[in-house]
Design a protein around this ligand. Structure first.
Ligand SMILES: [Zn+2]
Length: 258
């Protein structure tokens, strides 16, 4: 993963963890602002743009909160997080080492989706309160977007495709059952590749049937998941490596063979 995100810009630190933006994120941020501004079109161009930018920042803020949920639970298990970054397909927390036990792996993985589900629930509660008490309809639109985005974030990440959260929970379960992390990594990586392939084929099929370019997004996402699966598999197999935070990035540096 870290290799894919080289060239990130660091914008600050939170809880001692570097927060960064990969240039590819600017593309998806602009796309989100453009799509949101259509929903707020009746507000007038400048006001619609301002509300869209704030809403898009809140949406991606939710992604950062999701990643920090992973990072802070990892810290409880003695695993440091090197960075949290936003990029084209969402966010990623780069941890300094593999979790020490299957229980730690599962707890770290489930923390993100649980946090996103809680945020979605809070937004839904606020919407319900607005429905009874009355309120600004555009604020309701913002809350609906946040609720939907966080619910999607929780559900999508729970798909059993390593290295996504669901895939890590699956790896933890296999690791616990078989007592063999390497075998669990192999099996969960296979499910990750199968998911990536299915996503790519689904995108191509939808694009073919609808004659629309939008489903090709799934093809790109499938391609990314397959690369992330291969790299995470290689990282997990790297038993003789040390990680070097800072400098050229978080990529594991293999020690020369003895
Ligand atoms: Zn996650």
């Amino acid at each position: 993963m870290a290799q894919l995100l080289r060239g990130s810009m660091w914008i600050g630190r939170c809880f001692g963890i570097r927060v960064g933006i990969h240039p590819s994120w600017l593309l998806v941020f602009a796309l989100a602002v453009w799509m949101l501004s259509e929903s707020f079109g009746d507000l007038g161009a400048m006001y619609a743009l301002s509300v869209s930018v704030i809403t898009a920042l809140a949406l991606f803020g939710s992604v950062v909160v999701h990643e920090f949920a992973h990072a802070l639970i990892a810290r409880r298990f003695g695993v440091a997080t090197l960075s949290v970054r936003l990029f084209l397909f969402g966010g990623v927390a780069t941890i300094a080492a593999e979790p020490p036990t299957p229980g730690a792996e599962a707890a770290i993985a489930v923390a993100g989706p649980l946090c996103s589900a809680a945020l979605a629930g809070l937004c839904a509660l606020a919407l319900e309160a607005m429905r009874h008490l009355g309120g600004e309809p555009h604020l309701a639109l913002v809350l609906m977007a946040l609720a939907a985005a966080n619910a999607f974030l929780a559900a999508f990440n729970l798909l059993p495709a390593f290295p996504m959260d669901g895939g890590r929970i699956f790896r933890a379960a296999v690791w616990r059952l078989r007592g063999d992390r390497a075998a669990a990594t192999r099996l969960s990586s296979l499910t990750g590749m199968a998911f990536a392939l299915a996503l790519g084929l689904l995108g191509m099929e939808l694009a073919w049937q609808t004659h629309d370019w939008e489903p090709l997004w799934y093809v790109a996402l499938g391609g990314f998941v397959s690369i992330a699966t291969i790299q995470s598999y290689q990282d997990a197999r790297c038993t003789r490596c040390e990680r070097v935070p800072g400098g050229s990035g978080d990529a594991p540096q293999r020690k020369p063979a003895a």
